[in-house]
Design a protein around this ligand. Structure first.
Ligand SMILES: *[C@@H]1O[C@H](CO)[C@@H](O)[C@H](O)[C@H]1NC(C)=O
Ligand SMILES: *[C@@H]1O[C@H](CO)[C@@H](O)[C@H](O)[C@H]1NC(C)=O
Ligand SMILES: *[C@@H]1O[C@H](CO)[C@@H](O)[C@H](O)[C@H]1NC(C)=O
Ligand SMILES: *[C@@H]1O[C@H](CO)[C@@H](O)[C@H](O)[C@H]1NC(C)=O
Ligand SMILES: *[C@@H]1O[C@H](CO)[C@@H](O)[C@H](O)[C@H]1NC(C)=O
Ligand SMILES: *[C@@H]1O[C@H](CO)[C@@H](O)[C@H](O)[C@H]1NC(C)=O
Ligand SMILES: *[C@@H]1O[C@H](CO)[C@@H](O)[C@H](O)[C@H]1NC(C)=O
Ligand SMILES: *[C@@H]1O[C@H](CO)[C@@H](O)[C@H](O)[C@H]1NC(C)=O
Length: 833
């Protein structure tokens, strides 16, 4: 038991206590108010996630659906596995008949296109020759009744067809542009995706390293918490024990004071008793002396008026008998040297020691905390090897090579695609513009023709309008004939490419037949063995790899890495935390110097308890003290004697009486007055002691018992609180590590070593090729074909309508009366057709 003995150490403790009171934040580790802080880690591996490229269907979606429906009709055959296998493995031995059989729908379309290509220009050529010889395309021969009706319906049909053409050409413009807009980014996306996939394996160790480094976040927190551990636990212990220790100290202090007071009283009791007993004999003797003298004087017959004084003098003797006072020597002897301890100093010191408990606990835990901090400052081997343990290097190289090669191989194709796409775009633009010209010609021709017809009645020179309208229509017809060849060629070329992409690739890609095809051994040439190139695991097919990646499994479940990898093994830091737990659990708090009673104080209390102070016969004291010291009032007697001395006629007697009075007075002042004072003191002490002795006795016993039990209980309590608190502390610190482990697990499996980019790249490839490129591409030729085939009726109706716009030169005919009325034609001329 270490107990600082000097005032200096008390001052030191007091100083510490003050410092602690200021610094002390009452942080208990147990209790709901202390929620575990949420840790914030830096996310990693986000960049490798590919965003889905899908877009909501635009306004052209119905058109795309229609085109796909058309293509489904054209290509009814399923995916031609055998054909593709042969084409990939031995391109030279592909039999044309197989291709034709598979592409039957396209062949039919090709025949139609060929017919169109042959017939339309031929017809156009013939028409041209015919026109040149003025055999056809002339003017109506004669006005007759049904002509206006015929003209009207012809014009209506032509207008309708022109409007359809206009719709088609607008659609062709839009889809042409859209295709062009999509192909560029789509093609550029290929190398960038391949590039980003290259890092899929090789960047993993770096990012795992970064994950491992973030172990320092919980670690730093734990190290900081360990710094405060001792003081905080000490504070908690202090807070919890305060309710017991402070009252105990207060009662100790009071007991000390009471003890002191009682001892003082006891001392005074003894000294007064001794004083009174010693004074009793002489007093009694001298009183007897005085009484004898006074009786002699007062019984003298000459004494006048002495009867009263004589009565008093007869009673001049001691009232109390101090020899009957009980002895307290026994008790006093037992209390010899009490109090040995200075209770107030002791309590002050105890209080200071108790109040510095946080500091003392901190001191006691210093070594343990230091050891722990050293342990915790290390990063667990498991976490350290999180990155090193990743067996990716071989796989990463192969993977990177495969992707780099894919990028190299695809580069020329991608350039070619962009080049041809540009040609297609220009051709599409030019030809759509031609159709637009045809539409404009038709519209202009129609409106001028209409103007011409309505102006026929006015004057002959207005017929120029009709002629011009006819010329416009004929220009449209000419353009249609002239460009029908290029139209059909562009349409067929883009149809063949886009249609096959849709029916051969997109359809089977969407239904995942393509993956199954790649999975079947022998389908792909050995140089294109994808599962080998991608380094897939032996027992995993491309299709299931794709599906698993889509579900977000980690890379190592799909890829064949050089060795296995189990992140759980690296995130198992239980060994690390168990070390901390053991160290803290084995820690023994030693709070022996929290003994509230010093040995001296204990001896004091024991002495007091056994002193028998409560057994002193206080009533005997009271009995004697209550009696008067002298039976009569001695001052009254003196006064009486003095008066008698004056009043005596016998001067001798008077003088002697006066002398007696003086002697008595002197005696009184010299002795009686002191004895009376002592009696008063005795009375006071007796009363004080008799009322407090048994209570104090009890208190002393109780205090002794309490102090003894506290001496054994306090360490147990403290240990208990320490255990509870350090357990809560451990839980809190482990929670930090648990947060880290959870985060790291999620990071590693879901973000860093995820093979989601693999499936997402494939999905995005399909979306870009099929949804973004093939759809508008197919819609483009569809619109263009729509226009091109509408050109045939447009040509026919245009030629027929032209006739009606040309001026009619013929004689007036009676049959044309209605028409004359209708159009107010003044003169009708006949012309040959
Ligand atoms: C002990 O110290 C505390 C805090 O300084 C004080 O509040 C209390 O009164 C003291 N008790 C005694 C008995 O001195
Ligand atoms: C009692 O008082 C007397 C007179 O003061 C003293 O001489 C004596 O030692 C005292 N007795 C004890 C036991 O203290
Ligand atoms: C106890 O010590 C204080 C100072 O430390 C002093 O003032 C007081 O008188 C002492 N009391 C006793 C009974 O010795
Ligand atoms: C695979 O790991 C072994 C040792 O585990 C090593 O010898 C070998 O070179 C590694 N192969 C590759 C391709 O990294
Ligand atoms: C890719 O092509 C570049 C030059 O075009 C060449 O240096 C590189 O080695 C090629 N990489 C692969 C993997 O073929
Ligand atoms: C790819 O090659 C592996 C051996 O490297 C072989 O087991 C597998 O069947 C091949 N896959 C295909 C689709 O040819
Ligand atoms: C003795 O003291 C008590 C209380 O202090 C008082 O009531 C009583 O009158 C006193 N007796 C004498 C004789 O002084
Ligand atoms: C310690 O915890 C146990 C159970 O959690 C509880 O019963 C006990 O009272 C606690 N002890 C202390 C000293 O807080």
């Amino acid at each position: 038991m270490r107990r600082p003995g000097s005032l200096g150490s008390i001052a030191l403790l007091l100083g510490l206590e003050l410092a602690l009171c200021r610094a002390q934040v009452n942080t208990q580790y147990c209790g709901a108010q202390d929620q575990v802080e949420k840790l914030h880690f830096t996310s990693l591996g986000r960049g490798r996630w590919l965003d889905p490229q899908g877009r909501p269907p635009g306004s052209l979606a119905p058109l795309y659906r229609m085109v796909r429906g058309f293509l489904d009709v054209v290509q009814l055959n399923p995916f031609p596995e055998g054909l593709v296998r042969v084409a990939l493995n031995e391109p030279s031995s592909v039999r044309t008949s197989d291709v034709v059989r598979y592409e039957a729908g396209y062949v039919v379309c090709a025949v139609i296109a060929l017919l169109f290509l042959l017939i339309v220009p031929t017809v156009g050529f013939c028409f041209c020759c015919c026109r040149f010889r003025r055999r056809c395309g002339g003017r109506v021969k004669a006005e007759h009744k049904s002509m206006a009706c015929e003209r009207g319906s012809l014009m209506t049909f032509l207008l309708l067809i022109t409007l359809f053409l206009l719709t088609g050409v607008v659609c062709a413009f839009i889809t042409n542009q859209r295709t062009h807009d999509e192909v560029g980014p789509g093609v550029r996306a290929v190398p960038s995706v391949l590039n980003s996939l290259q890092g899929l394996v090789s960047d993993i160790p770096q990012e795992l390293q970064a994950v491992a480094e973030q172990f320092s976040i919980p670690q730093t927190l734990v190290l900081e918490d360990l710094d405060d551990f001792g003081v905080n636990i000490g504070s908690t212990i202090h807070t919890q024990l305060r309710g017991t220790v402070y009252p105990m100290l207060t009662s100790l202090q009071r007991l000390g004071q009471d003890l002191k007071v009682s001892l003082d009283h006891l001392q005074r009791l003894n000294s007064s008793t001794v004083y009174l007993q010693n004074g009793q004999e002489p007093l009694a003797f001298s009183l007897r002396d005085h009484k004898h003298n006074l009786l002699f004087l007062l019984q003298n017959v000459q004494c006048q008026g002495c009867a009263n004084a004589l009565d008093l003098a007869k009673l001049l003797e001691l009232g109390a008998n101090f020899n009957q006072l009980p002895a307290v020597t026994d008790v006093l002897q037992k209390l010899q040297g009490v109090p040995e301890a200075n209770f107030s100093t002791m309590v002050l010191k105890d209080n200071s020691t108790f109040n510095t408990l946080p500091f003392l606990t901190a001191l006691e835990t210093t070594d343990t905390v230091q050891d722990l901090k050293e342990e915790m400052a290390k990063i667990p081997e498991e976490v350290k090897s999180l990155a090193k343990g990743f067996p990716g290097s071989g796989a990463a190289d192969r993977w990177r090579q495969a992707l780099a090669q894919a990028e190299n191989t695809s580069r020329p194709y991608l350039h070619a695609i962009q080049k041809y796409e540009r040609y297609r775009w220009i051709a599409g633009y030019v030809l759509s513009s031609v159709i637009l010209l045809v539409v404009i010609c038709n519209l202009l021709g129609l409106s001028l023709g209409l103007l011409g017809i309505s102006a026929r009645e006015d004057s002959s020179h207005m017929e120029i309008k009709g002629e011009a309208g006819a010329q416009f229509l004929m220009a449209g017809v000419g353009l249609s004939f002239l460009f029908s060849g290029p139209f059909i060629l562009l349409i067929f070329a883009t149809f063949l490419v886009g249609g096959n992409i849709q029916t051969l690739v997109c359809r089977s890609w969407e239904s995942q037949e393509l993956y199954q095809f790649a999975d079947t051994p022998g389908n792909l040439p050995p140089s294109m063995n994808l599962s080998h190139l991608l380094g897939l695991k032996k027992d995993i097919s491309i299709l299931s790899a794709y599906q698993q990646c889509k579900e977000g499994v980690p890379l190592w479940e799909v890829l064949q890495l050089n060795g296995s990898y189990d992140p759980e093994k690296h995130l198992d830091i239980s060994k690390y935390t168990v070390q901390m737990q053991e160290e803290l659990r084995n820690f023994q708090v030693d709070m022996q110097n929290l003994d509230l009673l010093t040995e001296a104080a204990k001896r004091d209390l024991e002495a007091f308890r056994h002193s028998g102070i409560e057994k002193i016969d206080y009533p005997s004291f009271v009995a004697q003290v209550q009696k008067p010291l002298v039976k009569i009032d001695i001052l009254k007697l003196i006064k009486e004697l003095e008066q008698l001395g004056q009043a005596q006629s016998n001067p001798d007697l008077g003088q002697r009486l006066t002398q007696e009075a003086w002697a008595l007075q002197a005696h009184y002042e010299e002795m009686i007055i002191f004895m009376q004072t002592h009696m008063v003191m005795l009375n006071q002490s007796v009363h004080a002691l008799s009322s407090s002795a048994s209570r104090l006795q009890l208190l002393a016993s109780e205090t002794l018992v309490k102090a003894n039990s506290l001496k054994t209980d306090l360490p147990t309590w403290i240990e208990q609180i320490f255990k509870n608190e350090s357990e809560c502390f451990l839980n809190r610190e482990t929670a930090y590590f648990t947060q880290y482990v959870d985060w790291a697990r999620q990071m590693v499996t879901e973000h860093i070593a995820t093979c989601q980019p693999l499936s997402e790249a494939l999905d995005n490839g399909r979306v870009i090729l099929c949804d973004h490129i093939a759809n508008p591409w197919n819609a483009f030729w569809f619109c263009l074909a729509w226009c091109t085939f509408l050109l045939i009726p447009s040509i026919i109706f245009a030629i027929k309508t032209t006739k009606h716009f040309r001026p009619i030169r013929k004689r007036l005919s009676s049959t044309s009366s209605e028409e004359t009325q209708l159009f107010h034609i003044p003169r009708v001329t006949s012309l040959k057709l």
